[in-house]
Design a protein around this ligand. Structure first.
Ligand code: PMV
Length: 284
């Protein structure tokens, strides 16, 4: 990211007392991003807040694709350097993520650090292209529904896809190329350059992730119910095969109808705002 991201807010080395970092949703490109295909992710209006005494306040469920681990790593890194040098925070957070996730793409920590909507791509020379997307499209309301904590970790899901990539390279590459097209579609939709049907993009993305084998039956059932009732939905993040697949991102024009579909069930539909701020210093 450009140097302008450095906010010299802490020139006098005042100790930061409280930091918050957002959760994230991947609109398109999870898994494919590990293989050098582009992804688009965005910060959400659910955050983790950490204070200097180590007290943590979090709206982010752990291990459900909302980026709780990246948000924690980013907030902790801001404390460590005691300023908001975003590039430095992002670099440190990536190192922390590596300890837990093996070789993450860096998409999660970058989204949580910079906020907004990000276009993210690992280039073949190892460099990363990270660009903020300037959104001109009027965004509709989105919702989240938790399909349940996956039995598998992100690392295990990434390894499972790697196995498949080894054995069925042509098939897997075909899926990644399909995902790349959807990601480009999302970019055109967001910038307002080309008209796209947002719901169709989400459904297409979901179909490709199901083809990759990262969506469990439980999550598929939830998504089919939403689709049969006029909505569009996709899992977001690494997914899961055996139990839940983490958070489901939903677009539905009728909130009441959507809520009625899951009335009386343990999972509830929650509104979510996309394109929110990245890491920030909180004043008491
Ligand atoms: O941590 P999650 O569940 O949001 O998954 C991260 C996205 C992957 O593309 C599956 C992995 C990665 O490192 O980008």
């Amino acid at each position: 990211m450009p140097e302008t991201n450095y906010i010299p807010i802490n020139t006098f080395m005042v100790k930061i007392l409280k930091v918050s970092a957002p959760g994230k949703i991947i609109l398109s490109g999870e898994h494919a991003v590990v293989y050098g295909f582009p992804a688009i992710a965005t910060a959400v209006d659910k955050r983790i807040t950490i204070d200097r005494n180590g007290k943590i306040d979090s709206d982010l469920p752990i291990g459900s694709g909302l980026g709780s681990s990246a948000a924690f790593a980013v907030a902790t890194s801001a404390f460590e350097i005691n300023n908001l040098d975003l590039d430095e925070i992002n670099k440190r957070a990536y190192e922390i993520e590596r300890v837990y996730h093996g070789s993450p793409s860096g998409l999660d920590n970058s989204t949580v650090t910079y906020g907004g909507f990000l276009w993210y791509k690992k280039e073949s020379n190892g460099n990363k292209t990270i660009k903020k997307i300037y959104v001109k499209a009027k965004l509709p309301k989105f919702y989240l529904l938790n399909s349940g904590k996956p039995d598998e970790s992100t690392k295990e899901m990434v390894e499972m896809v790697a196995e498949r990539y080894k054995k069925e390279r042509r098939y897997t590459l075909g899926i990644f190329r399909g995902i790349e097209n959807v990601t480009k579609g999302f970019l055109e939709f967001l910038t307002g350059d080309v008209e796209h049907n947002l719901g169709e993009l989400m459904s297409e993305n979901e179909r490709l992730l199901e083809g990759l084998g990262v969506v469990s039956d439980k999550a598929k059932n939830i998504i089919r119910t939403i689709e049969k009732n006029g909505g569009y939905a996709k899992i977001s993040g690494a997914g899961g095969r055996k139990l839940g697949s983490g958070m489901i991102l939903i677009y539905h024009r009728d909130k009441d109808k959507l809520e009625r579909l899951f009335e009386g069930e343990s999972t509830t539909v929650t509104p979510v705002r996309l394109g929110e701020n990245g890491v920030k210093i909180e004043t008491e």
